[in-house]
Design a binder for this molecule. Structure first.
Ligand code: ATP
Length: 275
């Protein structure tokens, strides 16, 4: 029997015709941040997102997270329309967004407190496991101010995974850490995600990071923000930056993305939209 549509699993996340227009109260105008975005993401897929600054990457992620309501269009997760945040989706922010007055343990525990269905039985063990998974065992009682940027982002990651969401939404999670930590954490994130089978959307400004982490790369354009291109990354895993440097396919992808983004950045610097 030939493959039929019924044999193909529906995407876990379906973004359909999403347009977001922000009202700017100060000027009485509005800004079209993204227009008509369509995107399908399969369960277990690691999707990296690239695009010029201001093209609406965070806006689309926030719609998927349920933090922003689209002006038009819908997002469905597992067939259900997203109307707000839910325990199936966790966000990791660039600026960590930790609670400074709470210890590492209590910051990670916060990820469980966000869940209304918290079952008190095994929460301590779950918090401890998440802390161990991100390599912070021994720092449970430390406060965010006592940690490096990389360690603080590990806390952010542990807080996101402690509730065992199906989907991780990561908005430039490595943007604020130094280059060396960034490389180490990129490899750790790849291992962690492939081990846990989570579905990930990962925004980055680094072309190399997008290729090394992604099963697929979604490139956004500006004015208005929309999907410009989707590229499947057909490189074997695990991927290392050093190994990739001598892989002609990696170099080809990198050059292509440089060209696309350079053109987009030029177009974006000429454009600008308000109404
Ligand atoms: N709450 C808001 N109110 C008004 N305008 C907003 C709001 N959030 C974002 N914008 C505007 O919407 C556009 C898209 O912003 P968004 O943060 O989604 O882009 P981005 O691609 O994630 O940018 P960057 O790469 O710089 O983080 C920008 O022009 C931004 O100024």
């Amino acid at each position: 029997m030939p493959d039929s549509a019924e044999n193909v699993a529906a995407p876990l996340i379906e973004v359909r015709g999403v347009t977001v227009r922000y009202d700017i109260a100060r000027t009485g105008t509005s800004l079209m941040a993204v227009e008509g975005v369509n995107l399908d993401i399969a369960e277990g897929e690691f999707v990296t997102v690239l695009g010029p600054s201001g093209c609406g990457k965070t806006t689309v992620m926030n719609v998927i997270a349920g933090l922003v309501q689209p002006t038009e269009g819908t997002v469905t997760v597992d067939g259900r329309i997203v109307t707000g945040p839910g325990p199936d989706r966790a966000v990791v922010f660039q600026d960590y967004a930790l609670l400074p007055w709470r210890s590492v343990f209590d910051n990670v525990r916060f990820g469980l407190e966000m869940q209304s269905t918290l079952n008190s039985g095994d929460w301590r063990e779950r918090v401890q496991n998440a802390i161990e998974l991100v390599g912070l065992a021994g720092f449970e009682q430390s406060y965010p101010r006592e940690l490096s940027g990389g360690m603080q982002q590990r806390v952010g990651l542990a807080r996101a995974i402690v509730a065992e969401p199906r989907i991780l939404l990561m908005d430039e999670p490595l943007g604020a850490v130094d280059a060396l930590t960034r490389e180490v954490m990129r490899d750790e994130i790849e291992k962690l995600i492939t081990a846990t089978g989570k579905t990930v959307i990962f925004i980055t400004h680094s072309i190399e990071e997008a290729i090394l982490l992604g099963d697929r790369i979604v490139v956004f354009k500006s004015h208005p923000g929309a999907v410009l291109e989707e590229i499947t990354v057909d490189l074997p895993r695990p991927r290392s930056e050093r190994g990739a440097q001598s892989d002609p396919r990696y170099l080809e992808l990198r050059d292509h993305l440089w060209d696309v983004l350079q053109n987009e950045a030029t177009a974006a610097s000429r454009g600008g939209q308000g109404s």
